[in-house]
Design a protein around this ligand. Structure first.
Ligand code: DC
Length: 206
């Protein structure tokens, strides 16, 4: 079974996807990590994340260790991840990995283009979103929990800028698949979103 969970930044996709994967005993892939790890490689080499050949080389040389890093969520890496993710050649280079991951044993994958490009035939497609304010507030709390100092206004501006970049890029823009089900988590806590998603999955698979 392939479960595709797409949506904008900080909508609660990751928390939801991990919980669904654990409950259904399926492997889980956070596909944003692929773009973040690519961006980190570029930044650490002093390169420009908007340069196609630099970003492509980084994407092609990703290792398991790159994906396992726990320093991929800072603001600079987030911005650069959005930049490398807008490059069609980078997306193409990361496509096979995602498809192989999913087809080996089934999987839950979260990202921006899972239900539209990576697995258009996914068994279940969820599009998880929330208001910009709710998403920025969650991201802000994540930064605070990690001890990083950042202004809420800056986080709101960053979320808005990334939404805009992810939605308007020409390569695999963020969009809801026509056959996806929308879950708006603005007024939901994680437990409610999980219960809602699980009910949808059971409804479609039984
Ligand atoms: O989900 P995230 O915030 O970790 O994603 C990091 C960046 O990668 C974000 O700008 C969107 C992009 N991304 C993408 O374009 N396609 C995906 N399948 C996953 C993430």
């Amino acid at each position: 079974m392939i479960i595709a969970i797409d949506g904008p930044a900080a909508a609660g996709k990751g928390t939801l996807a991990k919980r669904i994967a654990a409950t259904l005993q399926l492997p889980y892939l956070d596909t944003g990590i692929l773009y973040r790890a690519t961006a980190k490689r570029v930044l650490e080499a002093g390169g420009n994340p908007e340069d196609v050949s630099t970003a492509l080389t980084a994407a092609q040389s990703l290792s398991a260790a790159d994906l396992a890093r726990n320093d991929l969520r800072d603001a600079a890496t987030s911005k650069a991840a959005s930049q490398v993710a807008s490059i069609a050649a980078v997306r193409q280079a990361l496509l096979d990995f995602q498809r192989h991951f999913g087809t080996a044993h089934g999987a839950v994958l979260d990202g921006r283009d899972i239900g539209t490009i990576i697995f258009p035939q996914a068994d279940i497609k969820l599009f998880v979103t929330a208001s910009v304010e709710a998403r920025a507030q969650r991201r802000y709390q994540e930064f605070c929990a990690r001890g990083e100092t950042v202004a809420l206004a800056e986080v709101i501006a960053d979320v808005q800028a990334r939404d805009e970049a992810d939605r308007t890029r020409t390569a695999a823009p963020l969009m809801m698949a026509r056959d996806a089900t929308l879950i708006d988590t603005t007024d939901m806590d994680a437990d409610t979103a999980f219960a809602c998603a699980l009910a949808l999955i059971h409804g479609k698979t039984t």
